[in-house]
Design a protein around this ligand. Sequence first.
Ligand code: ADP
Ligand code: MG
Length: 261
Amino acid sequence: MPEPLDSVAVKPATPGTRPATHEVIVTRGLLRRYRMGDAEILALTGVDLTIDRGEYVAIMGPSGSGKSTLMNVIGCLDQADEGEYWLNGQLVSVMSERRLAGIRNREIGFVFQNFNLLHRATALHNVELPLIYAGIGRRERQERAQESLERVGLSDRMLHRPAELSGGQRQRVAIARALVTGPSILLADEPTGALDSATAAEIMQLFEELHRQGNTLIMVTHDSEVAAHAARQVNLKDGRIEADTSRAEAREDVDHVPEHV
Ligand code: ADP
Ligand code: MG
């Protein structure tokens, strides 16, 4: 079966050690190149990144630094040319396109800048969609979609279509859709990019709540104010990690003077 040209990958012969169970994402030496005519562009040049279950991470960096490329690999929409990627204990960097699609549906919840909702469908139906793809029956589907919409505070808007909702409400529907399958990670690419600042703040509040409930959140943003909501910031530059700082650690140092140690 022919594979898309850009997914022909040089796979490592022997993978490194299996990540610990609390490590939901481990990448080692991720490299992604694009060919543009005769030129080769290195979009990722050796990314080593470990994210623990329950973390809230912002991926930052200037335009062209590789944020979207990294998100696409982490989200199993694309595969790196070299290096390893482990998601939830599974070595996805050696998987076929077909297995990758299965992993993507089970493990990843996506939130996009422009919501990506079906315009003709109600909020409820939009949230049901991933469960339809997962082959779940109608009754359970509706129950789970309703619960998910309740979690994001939209129980009174279930039968509205996107055009009958505000931008913030549309993004809530998208978040409910991302959560409904119970994914290992929630991946958000500029989730507040299309929202005014008050609505953006509401969505950030919702993310913090989801983080407190134990969800693993990874958000790409070029907005440092938005990124400041995350507990950890990973900065990309020229396809590699330039800085990786954890706000929780910094705060703990201040809050808990280790007198009891
Ligand atoms: P960011 O999301 O941080 O703006 P990207 O991951 O989109 O960065 O891009 C990283 C680099 O890879 C850029 O130099 C970009 O031009 C290049 N690139 C991204 N996608 C493609 C593609 N499909 N074909 C060729 N070059 C690409
Ligand atoms: Mg981008």
